[in-house]
Design a protein around this ligand. Structure first.
Ligand code: PGA
Length: 247
């Protein structure tokens, strides 16, 4: 399995920030892992142009469940694909919170992504209150069951475990806790899609940075990372790519 270093720029970046992308490509012409950056929708096309001919893949951060229509402000999976995206992040906790996205909505979007030829990067994760109440596995199990698209394969689905309380906070679960969740997810996914689950990339996300990447990538069933803040700078994201390549 090829591991995956994925970056989520969220609502950050500009055309000027494509300099970071050029620097990442220059520093990692042929990494031993896959590399993906997901900028705001306006930058998908320009970033894909910048990345043309390189190993860097580009993705969106959300898409609509429908292929087209009267949905002002939304963007379809096919539009992302036409702009040069190969992946789309779906069900990020910020979308689940800010836009009240449910598991069913995330699944519908993920099915639209697959139909448009995109890889769906489906995000799940518990809140701090849920973890403190001992509900972590129940919550992420339910989210996984409800969010992954019908017909998902190892080539069309990536799952990102992102504890809500670890996103942008500098806090992370212990390595034991990460391993517990990823092992649980692998098994649960086996029940849902069969043997293909062994090759689905399970990413950890939430305050991944150069200083903790090595130890997180050594955890069993961690097949890469979804990186927010540290993906904005070529030096930081490059160090994470290097750590994953060496893992
Ligand atoms: P962070 O964000 O790396 O800034 O914590 C991760 C994410 O939300 O994907």
């Amino acid at each position: 399995m090829q591991k995956l270093a994925a970056g989520n720029w969220k609502m950050n970046g500009s055309v000027a920030a494509l300099a970071e992308v050029r620097a990442i490509i220059a520093a990692h012409p042929s990494p031993a892992c896959d590399m993906l950056l997901c900028p705001p929708a306006t930058l998908v096309g320009p970033m894909a142009q910048t990345a043309k001919g390189s190993k860097l893949m580009v993705g969106g951060q959300d898409c609509h469940a429908k292929a087209s229509g009267a949905h002002t402000g939304d963007i379809s999976a096919a539009m992302l694909a036409e702009a040069g995206a190969t992946h789309v992040i779906l069900g990020h906790s910020e979308r689940r919170t800010d836009h009240a996205e449910t598991d069913a909505m995330v699944r519908a979007k993920a099915e639209a992504a697959l139909a448009a030829g995109l890889v769906a990067v489906v995000c799940i994760g518990e809140t701090e209150a849920e973890r403190n109440a001992g509900q972590t596995l129940a919550v992420i199990g339910r989210q996984l069951d409800g969010s992954i698209p019908a017909g998902a394969t190892a080539d069309t689905l990536v799952v990102a475990y992102e504890p809500v309380w670890a996103i942008g906070t500098g806090r992370t679960p212990t390595l034991t806790e990460i391993g517990e969740v990823h092992g649980f997810l692998r098994n649960r996914l086996k029940g849902l899609i069969g043997a293909a689950a062994m090759s689905v990339r399970l990413l950890y996300g939430g305050s991944v940075k150069p200083s903790n990447a090595d130890e997180i990538f050594a955890v069993p069933d961690v097949d890469g990372a979804l990186v927010g803040g540290a993906s904005l700078k070529a030096g930081d994201f490059g160090a994470i790519i290097a750590a994953l390549s060496a893992a």
